[in-house]
Design a protein around this ligand. Sequence first.
Ligand code: AMP
Length: 640
Amino acid sequence: MNPFLELGIREEVVKAISEIGFEKPSEIQEKAIPVLLTGSDDFVGLAQTGTGKTAAFGLPLLEQLDFSQRHPQALILCPTRELCLQISKDLEKFAKYMDNVNVVAVYGGANISDQLRQIRRGVQIVVATPGRMLDIIGRNAIDFSSVNYVVLDEADEMLNMGFQEDINNILSETPDTKKTWLFSATMPKEVRRIAQKYMTDPVELTVGTKNTGNANIEHQYFLIKAKDKYAAFKRIVDSNPDIFGIVFCRTKIETQEIAEALIKDGYNADALHGDLSQQQRDKVMKRYRDRSLQMLIATDVAARGIDVNDVTHVINFSLPDEIENYTHRSGRTARAGKTGISISLINIKEQSKIRQLEKVIGKAFERKQVPQGEEVVARQLLTIIDKVNQVEVNDDQMNAFLPAIMEGFESLSKEEIVKRFASLEFNRFLDYYKNAPDLNIEARDISNTRERGERGERGERSERGSRMGSKGYTRLFMNLGAVDEFSRGDMLGFICNNSKISGKSIGKIDMKGVFTFFEVQDEEVNKVFEGFKGVDYNGRQVRIEVSGDGGGSGERSHSGGDRGSRGRSGGFGGERRDRGGFGGERKDRGGFGGERKDRGGFGGERKDRAGFGGERKSRSGDNGGFRDFSGKRSESKSKY
Ligand code: AMP
């Protein structure tokens, strides 16, 4: 028997929810539905967003309201328009096979007359944001005298947003006999106060641990200099090519700046903040939901109620001012039983905040190292190989071009063609990350986190030590690796021949895809640098560097890059580049189960719209992508 039927949900509803993939109840549904179906208790449910709360209260409402009547019997209050629409749509989906169920969504920023008309026509369930609800009550346009159930969804968010008084006023319009069901991700004292004021002996349920984040979220932080934040952020993004993320900033201006910088750098991102009109916000959200956007850059306020599944990463570009907001932010990932990663970019001064956050979420953060340029490059290479393996070939269309393609490549061997195709895209990455500095910094005080417990400050040093080579050896980096068809033996010979040193002077050789680390006895290091001066391999200049060298004055590298400043521009001290080609053109990346929206043909032209009333055009061709972005920003009072 279907477990929802066993819980007491009617067949029509079970049929509808089966169609949208609900096979068995989530934890909150399993616990809350039996309580709420009795209809006789007030209720407090502590549950994160994404745990299935909507059905937890929605299904019992559908069981208990009298749909032969056409007056409001249930009122659901929630903090944002997005959530309001989401809840009403969900309820309509659940009620797909029921007759006469009328739900109205009442929220600000939309035409009030349409909402009034729907109310007049007769509804049983009103889903509302507090401001607009009060407006409608003020017009005497709704009768709440038969409301039996009030649901306060995301109560903590509503209070955070200053809706306390509005909620009080709305609740005073409803009968004393009603039952109140409150859902909240956290239980600050303000929420507790509401529970005490409006409820009688509520049944209290907690899903997961009180006040903690979702267990499926991994919390990570990266310790970096403030000036390197943007560069570090991009490396993290570049080493996660399939990221589908929400990036949180503290202010609207920061949000806008980061989004613009990312767009200029060729990423598929857009901003969501309080300066946008509702229409613009809807557009941005639609593109994000459709997966046409890979990253949404948002303020806390703008992102409230965002309910998108499969968000892989939440990135705290800046930590929130209010510590409670961290839970809300990270709760945007790992929804519906999925896993997710919440990343914080912090500088030395912010380390203590990590400790506070650990207390709030009841879980340790893991410190991660910003990937080195070479690692990012290797990651991108693997992704590209994967993509080539996975790409769908449209034989029908390709066949027409095939003779011309074959003729064009007639004189090249298969290996040559593969190499050239890879180089076409890959040189760009190699170039961009060439001489990219190490962006990690040592923690000043790392005695408090879990990682500290495991590795401690000495552990940190020893890791760095190992990167610098075994005792008596220096660890060097070379920009050639396995993809250059070197075996370890070949590599040893290559190093010895060029440096004119004996194989005995070489320690460990660690060959990666596109680069190699190798150890050389300290006294022989200069010979290696000398020996490789001006050497190139298959047309590429061989580059040797001391591994893990942060670009300080003692840096040695013979290939002459201006390390640390190369590729930098713009206001974030970041590494900018025009990304194009594979791995670069984020615009048409499939792979999120999403449809590819805007594929260009050979050097074809694509267009898509920016969310700020500006229009962007992007051209894909062998020139790489370029974006021209001309957005307007209006002034408004709040910095969020
Ligand atoms: P909610 O917390 O209500 O916003 O739900 C989060 C997501 O989980 C939504 O996309 C729901 O459609 C989905 N969901 C809720 N309950 C279930 C269930 N029992 N089985 C599968 N998915 C669910």
